[in-house]
Design a protein around this ligand. Structure first.
Ligand SMILES: [Zn+2]
Length: 307
């Protein structure tokens, strides 16, 4: 973690973990997994209407007073006001209600399923009967598969042109240049809406929660006729250059162990070569030109280091 404590933690609500997080990760916001809560709601209340209402209360993007109104109406309609499990659930609303979590950044994660999804992916490559050697070999195959998928997504993010769907062409072009493909698609939804407010600062905390400008900030950008997205509202995590920035930081962070520094540089340089390869191979002319350049540089460095 490089000395940084996690800001948010998501768990299935196990009591031992709950207590541990409170005592060890005192500044982290603890969120309960939405999938586990819905499963518990189904098991404890046995009323599909309650599960449906509860899901809406938990996940809908609403203000806190709206949440309270919805919760009260749900409790009255389903007649669960005296159920201990429901009372306990309400007392922990800061750990699951989207309205009360506003301002806490969880990168869009609402369930622990991302972790379980990784387990499922790994399960496709390894089996319990494997010895250590075979396990390591298959595990490496799984890691390579995930890295290839990541490269594919990065390629989709970096190349291509968006279909123009709004009047704010310059603002949209700027967003396309800065956000990853997935975050751009979400941002574009905000851009489709009409500006409704002239307030300069936004108190809705959606920017802090989701990491992309809320509709109010977008309205201000349009009102000010900005031709470029301000850097301050582009979260580094969602930026196209985030991997390059991190790799450069790692290169600058020298360690006493020369072999570790060498491997770090090698990893970062390989990423750059992969990126170059994807575009240099698009035409025969570029392929020959850049192959010749790389070979020439490689020979120069081999002579320099006596290899
Ligand atoms: Zn806002």
């Amino acid at each position: 973690m490089q000395g940084k404590a996690p800001q948010s933690v998501i768990t299935d609500g196990d009591p031992a973990i709950w207590i541990s997080i409170q005592s060890v990760l005192t500044y982290a916001h603890h969120r309960l997994c939405a999938w586990h809560l819905l499963r518990n709601a189904t098991f404890n209340i046995c009323d599909p209407r309650f599960t449906q209402f509860f899901k809406h209360c938990m996940l809908a993007d609403m203000e806190t007073d709206e949440f309270e109104t919805h919760w009260e109406s749900m409790v009255n309609d389903c007649g669960v006001g005296d159920v201990d499990w429901v009372k306990d659930l309400y007392s922990k609303k800061y750990a699951w209600a989207s309205a009360d979590i506003r301002g806490r950044f969880l990168a869009g994660v609402r369930t622990t399923s991302r972790c379980e999804l990784l387990h499922a992916k790994l399960g496709r490559f390894v089996e319990s009967r494997y010895g250590v050697l075979e396990f390591v070999r298959k595990f490496q195959m799984c890691v390579n598969f995930l890295r290839d998928k990541e490269d594919e997504l990065e390629f989709c993010s970096l190349y291509g042109t968006p279909v123009l769907q709004t009047d704010f062409v310059e603002l949209k072009k700027s967003a396309w240049m800065k956000f990853t493909r997935e975050m751009f698609a979400r941002f574009r939804e905000s851009l489709k809406r009409e500006p409704t407010s002239n307030i300069f600062s936004c108190m809705c905390m959606r920017m802090e929660s989701f990491g992309i400008p809320c509709v109010h900030i977008v309205a201000m950008c349009v009102w000010l006729d900005l031709g470029e997205i301000p850097e301050s509202i582009v979260l580094r995590r969602w930026s196209k250059t985030t991997k390059i920035d991190i790799e450069n930081e790692n290169i600058d962070h020298h360690t006493a162990d020369q072999s570790v520094t060498y491997k770090t540089r090698l990893g970062a340089f390989s990423q750059l070569c992969k990126r170059l390869g994807k575009v240099a191979c698009m035409s025969d002319k570029d392929f020959k030109l850049y192959s010749k350049k790389l070979l020439s540089d490689a020979i120069f460095l081999e002579i320099k280091y006596g290899l």
